[in-house]
Design a protein around this ligand. Sequence first.
Ligand code: ATR
Length: 280
Amino acid sequence: MTSVKKPPAACLIGWPAAHSRSPLIHHYWLRTLGIAGGYVIEAVPPDEFKDFVFRLSLRGFVGANVTLPHKEQALALSKPDARARAVGAANTLWYEGGELRSTNTDIEGFINNLDACAPGWDRAEDALVLGAGGASRAVVFGLIERGIKRVHLANRTLDRARALADQFGASVHPVAWDAVADVLPRAGLLVNTTSLGMHGQPALKIDLALLPPHAVVADLVYVPLETPLLAAARGRGLQVADGLGMLLHQAVRGFELWFGQRPQVTPELRALVEADLKKV
Ligand code: ATR
Protein backbone atom coordinates (compact mmCIF):
# COMPACT_ATOMS: atom_id res chain seq x y z
CA MET A 1 0.00 0.00 0.00
CA THR A 2 1.43 3.41 -0.86
CA SER A 3 0.78 6.20 1.60
CA VAL A 4 -0.01 9.62 0.26
CA LYS A 5 1.88 12.35 2.14
CA LYS A 6 -0.41 15.22 3.05
CA PRO A 7 0.92 18.72 2.30
CA PRO A 8 2.07 20.65 5.40
CA ALA A 9 -0.54 22.86 7.02
CA ALA A 10 -0.48 25.50 9.73
CA CYS A 11 -3.39 27.12 11.53
CA LEU A 12 -4.40 30.21 13.45
CA ILE A 13 -5.75 29.33 16.90
CA GLY A 14 -8.09 31.87 18.46
CA TRP A 15 -11.32 32.24 20.42
CA PRO A 16 -13.67 33.40 19.18
CA ALA A 17 -12.51 32.72 15.61
CA ALA A 18 -12.32 36.37 14.71
CA HIS A 19 -12.06 37.43 11.09
CA SER A 20 -8.34 37.37 10.35
CA ARG A 21 -6.21 38.38 7.38
CA SER A 22 -3.64 35.67 8.13
CA PRO A 23 -5.18 33.04 5.78
CA LEU A 24 -5.18 35.58 2.95
CA ILE A 25 -1.50 36.39 3.58
CA HIS A 26 -0.29 32.78 3.87
CA HIS A 27 -2.40 31.54 0.94
CA TYR A 28 -0.89 34.31 -1.21
CA TRP A 29 2.64 33.19 -0.31
CA LEU A 30 1.85 29.48 -0.80
CA ARG A 31 0.36 30.27 -4.22
CA THR A 32 3.08 32.61 -5.45
CA LEU A 33 5.94 30.41 -4.19
CA GLY A 34 4.30 27.29 -5.64
CA ILE A 35 4.25 25.47 -2.30
CA ALA A 36 1.62 22.80 -1.67
CA GLY A 37 0.47 23.65 1.84
CA GLY A 38 -2.45 24.93 3.87
CA TYR A 39 -3.40 27.50 6.49
CA VAL A 40 -6.73 27.37 8.29
CA ILE A 41 -8.46 29.06 11.23
CA GLU A 42 -9.19 26.90 14.29
CA ALA A 43 -11.66 28.22 16.88
CA VAL A 44 -10.50 26.73 20.18
CA PRO A 45 -12.01 27.76 23.57
CA PRO A 46 -9.52 28.44 26.41
CA ASP A 47 -10.28 25.21 28.29
CA GLU A 48 -9.49 23.14 25.17
CA PHE A 49 -6.33 25.00 24.15
CA LYS A 50 -3.89 22.83 26.08
CA ASP A 51 -5.25 19.62 24.58
CA PHE A 52 -5.32 21.16 21.11
CA VAL A 53 -1.67 22.22 21.33
CA PHE A 54 -0.54 18.83 22.69
CA ARG A 55 -2.16 17.21 19.67
CA LEU A 56 -1.17 19.87 17.15
CA SER A 57 1.11 17.56 15.22
CA LEU A 58 -1.32 14.61 15.48
CA ARG A 59 -3.93 16.89 13.95
CA GLY A 60 -1.61 17.25 10.99
CA PHE A 61 -0.23 20.72 11.68
CA VAL A 62 3.43 21.72 11.31
CA GLY A 63 2.83 24.77 13.48
CA ALA A 64 0.43 27.58 14.30
CA ASN A 65 -0.20 31.21 14.89
CA VAL A 66 -1.81 31.97 18.21
CA THR A 67 -4.02 34.94 18.92
CA LEU A 68 -6.27 36.20 21.74
CA PRO A 69 -6.82 34.88 24.35
CA HIS A 70 -4.22 32.11 24.07
CA LYS A 71 -0.85 33.88 23.71
CA GLU A 72 0.25 33.52 27.35
CA GLN A 73 -0.84 29.86 27.49
CA ALA A 74 1.04 29.19 24.25
CA LEU A 75 4.19 30.49 25.90
CA ALA A 76 3.71 28.22 28.92
CA LEU A 77 3.07 25.09 26.84
CA SER A 78 6.13 25.41 24.57
CA LYS A 79 9.85 26.15 24.67
CA PRO A 80 9.91 29.91 24.04
CA ASP A 81 12.80 31.89 22.57
CA ALA A 82 14.13 35.08 24.20
CA ARG A 83 11.67 37.27 22.29
CA ALA A 84 8.55 35.39 23.39
CA ARG A 85 9.88 35.39 26.96
CA ALA A 86 10.56 39.12 26.89
CA VAL A 87 7.08 39.93 25.59
CA GLY A 88 5.48 37.37 27.89
CA ALA A 89 3.38 36.02 25.03
CA ALA A 90 3.90 33.72 22.05
CA ASN A 91 2.14 34.17 18.71
CA THR A 92 3.96 31.54 16.61
CA LEU A 93 4.49 27.82 17.29
CA TRP A 94 6.61 25.35 15.33
CA TYR A 95 8.42 22.06 15.83
CA GLU A 96 12.19 21.79 16.09
CA GLY A 97 13.67 18.33 16.57
CA GLY A 98 10.29 17.07 17.74
CA GLU A 99 10.02 19.83 20.35
CA LEU A 100 7.31 22.50 20.29
CA ARG A 101 9.01 25.91 20.11
CA SER A 102 7.51 29.40 20.26
CA THR A 103 8.41 32.96 19.45
CA ASN A 104 6.81 36.37 19.23
CA THR A 105 7.01 37.81 15.72
CA ASP A 106 5.52 41.22 16.57
CA ILE A 107 9.02 42.45 17.38
CA GLU A 108 10.51 41.74 13.97
CA GLY A 109 7.21 42.73 12.34
CA PHE A 110 7.55 46.18 13.85
CA ILE A 111 11.28 46.59 13.24
CA ASN A 112 11.34 45.16 9.68
CA ASN A 113 8.40 47.34 8.69
CA LEU A 114 10.25 50.42 9.96
CA ASP A 115 13.37 49.36 8.02
CA ALA A 116 11.25 48.97 4.88
CA CYS A 117 9.27 52.22 5.22
CA ALA A 118 11.77 54.59 6.82
CA PRO A 119 15.39 53.45 6.34
CA GLY A 120 17.68 55.27 8.75
CA TRP A 121 14.95 55.57 11.40
CA ASP A 122 17.36 54.08 13.93
CA ARG A 123 19.51 57.19 13.89
CA ALA A 124 16.97 58.43 16.46
CA GLU A 125 18.47 58.55 19.94
CA ASP A 126 15.11 59.14 21.62
CA ALA A 127 11.94 57.24 20.83
CA LEU A 128 8.53 57.98 22.33
CA VAL A 129 6.20 55.00 22.66
CA LEU A 130 2.54 55.56 23.57
CA GLY A 131 0.83 52.72 25.45
CA ALA A 132 2.07 49.99 27.78
CA GLY A 133 0.04 46.90 26.83
CA GLY A 134 1.15 43.71 25.09
CA ALA A 135 1.91 45.41 21.76
CA SER A 136 4.03 48.00 23.52
CA ARG A 137 6.20 45.30 25.12
CA ALA A 138 7.09 43.99 21.67
CA VAL A 139 7.87 47.50 20.39
CA VAL A 140 9.97 48.48 23.41
CA PHE A 141 11.95 45.23 23.30
CA GLY A 142 12.59 45.70 19.58
CA LEU A 143 13.81 49.26 20.06
CA ILE A 144 16.18 48.28 22.87
CA GLU A 145 17.48 45.30 20.90
CA ARG A 146 18.17 47.66 17.99
CA GLY A 147 20.18 49.93 20.26
CA ILE A 148 17.89 52.97 20.61
CA LYS A 149 19.40 54.90 23.52
CA ARG A 150 16.31 56.20 25.28
CA VAL A 151 12.79 54.83 25.00
CA HIS A 152 10.29 57.21 26.62
CA LEU A 153 7.16 55.30 27.51
CA ALA A 154 3.94 57.25 28.03
CA ASN A 155 0.79 55.59 29.26
CA ARG A 156 -2.55 56.75 30.61
CA THR A 157 -1.97 54.43 33.59
CA LEU A 158 1.55 55.44 34.58
CA ASP A 159 2.09 52.36 36.77
CA ARG A 160 1.94 50.08 33.71
CA ALA A 161 4.70 52.14 32.06
CA ARG A 162 6.73 51.94 35.27
CA ALA A 163 6.30 48.16 35.42
CA LEU A 164 7.57 47.86 31.85
CA ALA A 165 10.53 50.11 32.62
CA ASP A 166 11.35 47.94 35.63
CA GLN A 167 11.40 44.88 33.40
CA PHE A 168 13.35 46.34 30.48
CA GLY A 169 15.92 48.40 32.37
CA ALA A 170 17.47 51.84 32.45
CA SER A 171 16.95 52.79 28.79
CA VAL A 172 13.16 52.88 29.32
CA HIS A 173 11.84 56.10 30.87
CA PRO A 174 8.20 56.21 32.07
CA VAL A 175 6.35 59.41 31.11
CA ALA A 176 3.02 60.66 32.48
CA TRP A 177 0.31 60.88 29.80
CA ASP A 178 -0.02 64.65 30.25
CA ALA A 179 3.75 65.12 29.83
CA VAL A 180 3.91 63.75 26.26
CA ALA A 181 4.29 67.22 24.77
CA ASP A 182 7.51 67.74 26.76
CA VAL A 183 9.17 64.72 25.10
CA LEU A 184 7.95 65.28 21.51
CA PRO A 185 10.66 67.83 20.54
CA ARG A 186 13.34 65.18 21.25
CA ALA A 187 11.58 62.18 19.72
CA GLY A 188 13.14 60.96 16.48
CA LEU A 189 10.55 58.18 16.49
CA LEU A 190 6.95 58.31 17.72
CA VAL A 191 5.03 55.03 18.02
CA ASN A 192 1.35 54.61 18.87
CA THR A 193 0.60 51.22 20.43
CA THR A 194 -2.65 52.32 22.09
CA SER A 195 -6.07 51.69 20.60
CA LEU A 196 -6.60 55.45 20.15
CA GLY A 197 -7.34 56.30 16.53
CA MET A 198 -8.77 52.85 15.84
CA HIS A 199 -12.16 52.71 14.16
CA GLY A 200 -14.78 53.30 16.87
CA GLN A 201 -12.23 54.57 19.42
CA PRO A 202 -11.43 58.16 20.42
CA ALA A 203 -8.78 60.00 18.38
CA LEU A 204 -5.20 60.32 19.55
CA LYS A 205 -4.71 64.02 20.21
CA ILE A 206 -1.08 64.94 19.75
CA ASP A 207 0.48 68.07 18.31
CA LEU A 208 2.90 66.69 15.72
CA ALA A 209 4.22 70.19 15.06
CA LEU A 210 6.33 69.63 18.19
CA LEU A 211 8.26 66.71 16.61
CA PRO A 212 11.66 67.40 15.01
CA PRO A 213 11.59 67.61 11.17
CA HIS A 214 13.43 64.28 10.72
CA ALA A 215 11.03 62.33 12.98
CA VAL A 216 9.42 59.05 11.89
CA VAL A 217 5.88 58.22 13.01
CA ALA A 218 4.60 54.63 13.37
CA ASP A 219 1.08 53.53 14.21
CA LEU A 220 0.18 49.92 15.07
CA VAL A 221 -3.50 50.59 14.34
CA TYR A 222 -4.50 49.45 10.83
CA VAL A 223 -8.27 49.96 10.87
CA PRO A 224 -8.48 52.55 9.43
CA LEU A 225 -5.45 51.99 7.23
CA GLU A 226 -4.46 55.62 7.47
CA THR A 227 -5.10 56.75 11.02
CA PRO A 228 -5.54 60.46 11.76
CA LEU A 229 -2.07 60.31 13.37
CA LEU A 230 -0.45 59.02 10.17
CA ALA A 231 -2.43 61.47 8.03
CA ALA A 232 -1.19 64.35 10.18
CA ALA A 233 2.40 63.03 10.03
CA ARG A 234 2.27 62.77 6.22
CA GLY A 235 0.76 66.24 6.14
CA ARG A 236 3.87 67.47 7.95
CA GLY A 237 6.10 65.65 5.47
CA LEU A 238 7.30 63.08 8.04
CA GLN A 239 8.13 59.47 7.16
CA VAL A 240 5.54 56.98 8.40
CA ALA A 241 5.19 53.24 9.02
CA ASP A 242 1.67 51.86 9.27
CA GLY A 243 0.05 49.00 11.15
CA LEU A 244 -0.73 46.95 8.05
CA GLY A 245 2.95 46.89 7.16
CA MET A 246 3.74 45.51 10.61
CA LEU A 247 1.00 42.88 10.27
CA LEU A 248 2.46 41.68 6.95
CA HIS A 249 6.06 41.67 8.19
CA GLN A 250 5.18 39.77 11.40
CA ALA A 251 3.73 36.93 9.29
CA VAL A 252 7.02 36.25 7.44
CA ARG A 253 8.80 34.21 10.11
CA GLY A 254 5.98 31.76 10.79
CA PHE A 255 5.68 30.97 7.09
CA GLU A 256 9.43 30.43 6.85
CA LEU A 257 9.47 28.13 9.89
CA TRP A 258 6.53 26.02 8.68
CA PHE A 259 7.08 25.87 4.94
CA GLY A 260 10.87 26.35 4.61
CA GLN A 261 11.02 29.43 2.39
CA ARG A 262 11.30 33.05 3.46
CA PRO A 263 8.47 34.97 1.74
CA GLN A 264 8.53 38.61 0.64
CA VAL A 265 6.17 41.40 1.63
CA THR A 266 5.31 42.64 -1.86
CA PRO A 267 3.18 45.60 -3.02
CA GLU A 268 0.84 42.99 -4.57
CA LEU A 269 0.30 41.29 -1.19
CA ARG A 270 -0.29 44.63 0.45
CA ALA A 271 -2.86 45.59 -2.18
CA LEU A 272 -4.65 42.27 -1.67
CA VAL A 273 -4.96 42.77 2.08
CA GLU A 274 -5.87 46.45 1.67
CA ALA A 275 -8.74 45.45 -0.61
CA ASP A 276 -9.92 42.93 1.99
CA LEU A 277 -9.79 45.55 4.75
CA LYS A 278 -11.94 47.86 2.64
CA LYS A 279 -14.69 45.21 2.48
CA VAL A 280 -15.42 45.57 6.22
P1 ATR B 1 -2.54 45.54 23.52
O1 ATR B 1 -2.18 44.22 24.11
O2 ATR B 1 -3.15 45.47 22.16
O3 ATR B 1 -1.41 46.50 23.57
P2 ATR B 1 -3.91 46.49 25.93
O4 ATR B 1 -3.05 45.68 26.83
O5 ATR B 1 -5.38 46.50 26.16
O6 ATR B 1 -3.76 46.07 24.39
O7 ATR B 1 -3.36 47.99 25.92
C1 ATR B 1 -4.03 49.03 25.32
C2 ATR B 1 -3.23 50.32 25.49
O8 ATR B 1 -4.03 51.40 25.00
C3 ATR B 1 -2.92 50.64 26.95
O9 ATR B 1 -1.67 51.29 27.01
C4 ATR B 1 -4.06 51.59 27.33
O10 ATR B 1 -3.77 52.45 28.40
P3 ATR B 1 -4.03 51.95 29.94
O11 ATR B 1 -2.87 51.06 30.29
O12 ATR B 1 -4.07 53.19 30.74
O13 ATR B 1 -5.35 51.21 29.91
C5 ATR B 1 -4.17 52.38 26.04
N1 ATR B 1 -5.48 53.06 25.94
C6 ATR B 1 -6.67 52.51 25.65
N2 ATR B 1 -7.64 53.45 25.63
C7 ATR B 1 -7.03 54.64 25.94
C8 ATR B 1 -7.48 55.99 26.09
N3 ATR B 1 -8.79 56.31 25.93
N4 ATR B 1 -6.57 56.94 26.40
C9 ATR B 1 -5.26 56.62 26.55
N5 ATR B 1 -4.78 55.36 26.43
C10 ATR B 1 -5.63 54.39 26.13
